[in-house]
Design a protein around this ligand. Structure first.
Ligand SMILES: [Zn+2]
Length: 192
C-alpha cells in the first residue's frame, strides 16, 4: 500500500523517534509499505516519521543509484554497488573520514536541493528485519543516505545543515510546502 509522505512543517518530522520492539503491530506490512512508497516516489531512502510514525525505522536502497552508472563512474564510489537494507532502532557508533558535500533533497521537502556536508563513513548499531543485532560500517553514497535518514529519526532535516542565510532565502518556498502549495507526483500529507 502506498502511504502519504508527510510534508515539511508537520510536527512529526521534529520529534525524536522511539525504539520499537519485535511485537510492534503490523511491522512486516509497514516495512513492505515503506518500500513500496519509497520506490513509487523515486526515493533512495524513507524514514518512518515521513509516513507519520515516530519510530526508529528507516529503509534505504542505494543499489539503484549504481544501476545507471558506467564502470568509470562506479569506480569513484567505494560503496559500489550500494545496499538495500532495513534499519531498526539504529544508533550511530562513530563518524569517520573527511566531510564532503553532496546535493541533497528530501521527499518531505520537494523541489528544494542544497549541498550538505557530511562525513564519508558511519558505523551503526541496529536491528535488521529479523531483529538480529548488527554493527556495520558504511561509506560514500550509502553513508550519505543513511545519515540523511538517521537525521529523520532524530527529528532533524537536511536543511538544518545549511547556512542561516540560505534558510532565510528559502523561507517562502518552505511555507508554500507546509501549506500544500506544491505540485508533486506522489501522495503527500500536509500539516493543518
Ligand atoms: Zn528526507
Amino acid at each position: 500500500m502506498i502511504l502519504s509522505i508527510v510534508a515539511y512543517g508537520h510536527p512529526v518530522l521534529r520529534k525524536v523517534a522511539e525504539d520499537i520492539t519485535k511485537d510492534y503491530p503490523g511491522l512486516e506490512k509497514l516495512i513492505a509499505d515503506m518500500w513500496e512508497t519509497m520506490y513509487e516516489s523515486n526515493g533512495v531512502g524513507l524514514a518512518a516519521p515521513q509516513i507519520n510514525r515516530s519510530i526508529r525505522l528507516f529503509v534505504i536502497d542505494t543499489a539503484q543509484m549504481f544501476e545507471n552508472m558506467d564502470d568509470d563512474e562506479k569506480a569513484d564510489y567505494a560503496d559500489n554497488p550500494g545496499t538495500r537494507q532495513v534499519f531498526i532502532n539504529a544508533q550511530i557508533v562513530s563518524l569517520d573520514g573527511e566531510e564532503w558535500a553532496y546535493n541533497e533533497g528530501c521527499l518531505s521537502i520537494p523541489k528544494i536541493r542544497e549541498d550538505v556536508n557530511r562525513t564519508r563513513e558511519v558505523t551503526l548499531k541496529y536491528l535488521d528485519e529479523q531483529f538480529e543485532q548488527q554493527e556495520k560500517t558504511f561509506n560514500g553514497i550509502t553513508a550519505r543516505v543513511i545519515l540523511h535518514e538517521y537525521d529523520h529519526i532524530e527529528g532533524k532535516l537536511f536543511i538544518d545543515h545549511i547556512s542561516l542565510l540560505k534558510r532565510k532565502l528559502m523561507k517562502g518556498k518552505l511555507n508554500d510546502i507546509s501549506k500544500g502549495k506544491i505540485r508533486v507526483d506522489y501522495k503527500m500529507m500536509f500539516p493543518q
